[in-house]
Design a protein. Structure first.
Length: 338
């Protein structure tokens, strides 16, 4: 067997299949007409018919929306999780998905305090010194509600609503989950990774599925679930054109390349590091060893669990420090000063 010598050799001769897809997308869900103070003033004055536009008019909307969320939770017998500061929400969701039967619906609702852009009233003064109220944009720490859902087409996703005017939201989807659901519906066999495909019966068909995911599908997902979930705006507001729109906040794209043997993967990463040591003159490159550690007092696993490459003007050091045992060794190589 001839082992590959370069990254190009690995990619040219040892890739079984590759799938290019949208990975995670984080999208803004917002009311275009309410993102600036004049638009908010027009909403309350011209649309709702109030004499003056004030943040005091937003409080009843917030109370009604929060009450609707709690009623929704009770009506559907859902858990309302109060997220702690720094808690990993994805970890909790993965635990919930383990026991999920794959049916469409809301998995649970989460609540967290986060900063958001809101509208507030500021006192200003006219030329004669007469005070008047004026709407301005501001940042505030307010409650957000996370609706973690499972969709028949998209699989797991979530919508996060700010509980204060103008009730902006975020939508998070995963393109790999969408592709898995579509492939399963078409009877295409595959072995799934946590976030991707480990094996595919027909890579060309799966690639065609991934290529189809676009704005139309994402918009349809949002409209579908806005009809099901509590909505901060009334039907009359929506008939007047106060509708949510979508924009991309963050997009991640993935190229999955499955290699033929584990040794090929190890050679790939070693060559990538070796070929790019001087790219941009990095000060440090690290590889983390993903090995089980024993933390007991008697048989604690020693070692720092990393390979670290230090590259500076005076020296270049490559040290490998896995756990010390009879079957492992410590390697070091040094370069002369430049």
């Amino acid at each position: 067997m001839t082992l590959p010598r370069t990254v190009a050799d690995v990619l040219d001769r040892h890739v079984i299949f590759e799938i290019e897809s949208i990975d995670r997308m984080y999208l803004n869900v917002y009311q275009p007409r309410l993102q600036y103070p004049k638009g908010a003033a027009a909403f309350f004055h011209f649309h709702r018919g109030h004499t003056f536009a004030s943040s005091a008019l937003m409080a009843p909307m917030t109370k009604a929306f929060v009450a609707a969320v709690h009623e929704f939770v009770m009506a559907h017998d859902l858990d309302l999780v109060l997220f702690a500061k720094g808690q990993r929400k994805d970890d909790l969701t993965q635990k919930v998905l383990v026991g999920h039967d794959g049916s469409e619906g809301v998995l649970y609702v989460g609540q967290a305090q986060e900063k958001a852009t809101v509208m507030r009233t500021e006192r200003r003064y006219g030329p004669t010194g007469t005070p008047y109220a004026w709407l301005v944009k501001a940042s505030a720490l307010v409650n957000h509600f996370y609706f973690y859902c499972f969709d028949d087409d998209f699989g797991p996703f979530f919508i996060k609503f700010c509980s204060y005017f103008p009730y902006n939201a975020k939508l998070c989807i995963n393109g790999h989950e969408w592709a898995k659901r579509q492939a399963a519906k078409r009877g295409i066999g595959f072995t799934a990774l946590d976030n991707g495909f480990a094996a595919v019966d027909d890579p060309a068909k799966v690639q065609a599925i991934c290529d189809r995911l676009g704005p139309r599908h994402i918009d349809a997902l949002l409209r579908k679930w806005l009809r099901r979930l509590p909505h901060p705006f009334t039907p009359a507001d929506r008939r007047a054109g106060y509708l949510y729109d979508i924009s991309v906040l963050q997009a991640e794209f993935s190229l999955t390349q499955m290699l033929d043997k584990p040794v090929t993967g190890r050679i790939f990463f070693e060559q990538v590091i070796r070929d790019n040591l001087d790219l941009g003159r990095p000060d440090r490159v690290s590889l983390i060893f993903g090995r089980r550690r024993y933390l007991g007092r008697k048989r604690a696993t020693p070692g720092t669990f990393r390979t670290r490459i230090i590259n500076s003007d005076r020296a270049c050091t490559w040290t490998t420090s896995p756990p010390r045992s009879s079957s492992t060794t410590r390697k070091a190589a040094r370069c002369a000063p430049r």
